[in-house]
Design a protein around this ligand. Structure first.
Ligand code: ADP
Ligand code: TRP
Length: 328
């Protein structure tokens, strides 16, 4: 029997969106159903601190992300759900890994490069942004995670994690660190309403759970071309269709493809997407609101998760301390 471990995290930088669902939530929960080993889902609050959020909003966002995990079907009796900041052992492992990380490896990180492009000057770039991949490697390696479901934007971070696992194992002649794998080689990157990758930081996202009015408003804002309603349209070139096909079944996809090729108005297609999403997430939306209005319960779930996660974290760090010679 293969006892694999699954782990993934989401930053509490805003309300969870459809991209988070497709890249992380759905694949994680699907895999957990048949997983023989332990699963860990966490709220990456210290990673979110790199954006220096407003403290009150930050707290609320932690509850939003936790409620989203739970509403989508996470069973806290089976899966360990916790806040990153509740696991102090992470920061010890983070330092150990930092001592093995060549600066050049992090110079190549896409997110750091994007910051250089934007800010130009070294003194405007925080070390938290530069060291971000080491903390992510610590998140993953601390729990000896085999599978890490993430969207395509995070695949480079998994490669860095694998590099660091290899460096540790080679340096200390051990196999303690488990190099993680993404769930799929080919990852979907869901476009946002402006066609760029859907992201909270671009403010082009469609929330997973919001009022029907807000959902409709967001969908109606999706960028389209200016072809007249009767003109045939290329489904693959349409943002609305790209989003639609991730949530629809095979028959629905075929029907919409046919409709677009024949020619129909963008308003009509957007309405189809709206109805699809409304129906798909109706029950979860209610559960989400129930969790969100019970902060005491959410705190209890997160605290219990942290206690369980720390059993593994403490035991693993003890092995790391022994292996590195910090303790004898
Ligand atoms: P954001 O980019 O909105 O800040 P996060 O960084 O918190 O989102 O991402 C959490 C998870 O969701 C990660 O695994 C990430 O790869 C995935 N994800 C985020 N946006 C998308 C997207 N547009 N398509 C697919 N996966 C995504
Ligand atoms: N960096 C991830 C993101 O921006 C969030 C994250 C932090 C994560 N640590 C992780 C994801 C460990 C998977 C595993 O989306």
């Amino acid at each position: 029997m293969n006892h694999s471990t699954l782990l993934t995290g989401i930053k509490p930088t805003g309300v969870p969106h459809l991209g988070n669902y497709i890249g992380a939530i759905q694949p994680a929960l699907e895999k957990i159903q048949n997983l023989k080993g332990q699963s860990y889902l966490f709220i990456a609050d210290y990673h979110a601190l790199t954006t220096l959020p407003d403290p009150q909003e930050f707290k609320q966002n932690v509850y939003e992300v936790t409620s989203a995990w739970l509403a989508c079907g996470t069973d806290p009796n089976k899966t360990i759900i916790y806040k990153q900041s509740d696991i102090p052992e992470l920061f010890e492992l983070y330092w150990v890994l930092s001592c093995l990380t060549p600066k050049g490896l992090l110079n190549r990180s896409h997110s750091y490069k994007a910051h250089i492009q934007e800010k130009k000057e070294d003194f405007q770039i925080q070390m938290g942004v530069f060291n971000y991949p080491i903390l992510m490697a610590a998140d993953i390696l601390l729990f000896q995670s085999d599978f890490v479901p993430v969207g395509s934007d995070q695949l480079q971070h998994l490669e860095i994690t694998r590099d660091l696992a290899g460096k540790f194992n080679h340096t200390f002649k051990t196999s303690l660190m488990v190099p993680p794998e993404p769930l799929k080689e080919e990852q979907t990157s869901l476009p946002g309403i402006d066609g760029r990758k859907m992201s909270k930081s671009y403010n082009n996202h469609i929330p997973l759970f919001c009022s029907s009015e807000e959902l409709k408003k967001k969908i109606m804002k999706i960028k389209t071309d200016s072809l007249p309603p009767t003109a045939p349209k290329d489904p693959q070139a349409s943002i609305v269709f790209q989003i639609y096909k991730e949530f629809a079944d095979a028959q629905q996809i075929q029907d919409l493809e046919h409709k677009l090729k024949k020619g129909c108005s963008w308003g009509e297609v957007k309405l189809e997407l709206f109805e699809l999403l409304e129906k798909k997430f109706q029950t979860q939306k209610e559960t989400y609101q129930e969790f969100l209005s019970n902060k005491k319960k959410l705190d209890q779930i997160l605290n219990e998760g942290a206690v369980k996660a720390r059993i593994k974290a403490k035991e693993f760090m003890q092995q790391v301390r022994k292996t590195t010679g910090i303790i004898h």
